[in-house]
Write a protein that binds this ligand. Sequence first.
Ligand SMILES: NC(=O)c1ccc[n+]([C@@H]2O[C@H](COP(=O)([O-])OP(=O)(O)OC[C@H]3O[C@@H](n4cnc5c(N)ncnc54)[C@H](O)[C@@H]3O)[C@@H](O)[C@H]2O)c1
Length: 245
Amino acid sequence: MKNFKRFQNKKALITGANGGIGKVLVKSLKKEGASVAVTDIDTSKIIADANYDGNLTDSKFCDELPKKVFDKFNGLDILCNVAGVITRGKINDVSDEDYNSTMKVNVEAPFRLCRASIPLMKKGSAIVNVSSCWGLRPGPNHPLYVMSKAAIASLTQCLGLDHAHQGIRINAVCPNEVNTPMLRSGFEVRGINPDRAIQELNKTIPLGRIAEPKDIVDVILFLLSDESRYMCGSIVEVNGAKQVL
Ligand SMILES: NC(=O)c1ccc[n+]([C@@H]2O[C@H](COP(=O)([O-])OP(=O)(O)OC[C@H]3O[C@@H](n4cnc5c(N)ncnc54)[C@H](O)[C@@H]3O)[C@@H](O)[C@H]2O)c1
């Protein structure tokens, strides 16, 4: 249908809005009619309907944010927990501080944001969490990140089950490699040219290339829309057919 907007009159809150996936998601939701509230450490360059700079390691900030958005928009229909940090290194390479900050951003913040949002949401609302293929299977040299992504996948399944009766659908996407600052920074810290590394990585993907943010965002939009009305507690892997690491 021409000019059909799937998210007309929907009110959304997006975390990680300044990141590779988040930026594209915000633009897409706005284009399809949603009012979008964004949060990240720095949202000054994001064009949205409400901007909330903040650190997701701050429990109070997470607990209070959904109500602020609800009051501003007079409703909250959509929550996307996109923000994440990748902490690299084997178990003996990571510190207590790494543990605490990773779990706070990747697990505790989505937990708090879901907990504060669900009571504000009416029937027809949707939450999408961003997990990872590494939330489904082990990956080498990143135990902290992998366990945090498994936790958010599990939280999604549990909440999907518990809140289906309220008509609130909660699902997750699990991307494999996506061309964003998170992936590129991993090459840069190792002194590897990211463009060249991605060319090599592309050869490992059966579909011929790693994902661009839009490849993931289109699946998130599907999960947020009525087109996925019978999906709840699902973990959707988006991997270009790459099952191995
Ligand atoms: N890029 C990949 O290859 C890939 C693969 C699988 C899953 N993911 C997941 O996708 C999601 C989006 O990642 P991306 O690739 O867009 O990465 P990104 O690094 O571009 O974006 C992540 C965003 O989260 C924000 N963030 C991090 N810590 C924060 C904090 N303490 N408070 C507030 N905001 C904070 C960052 O500022 C950043 O804007 C993440 O959850 C990530 O784990 C990414």
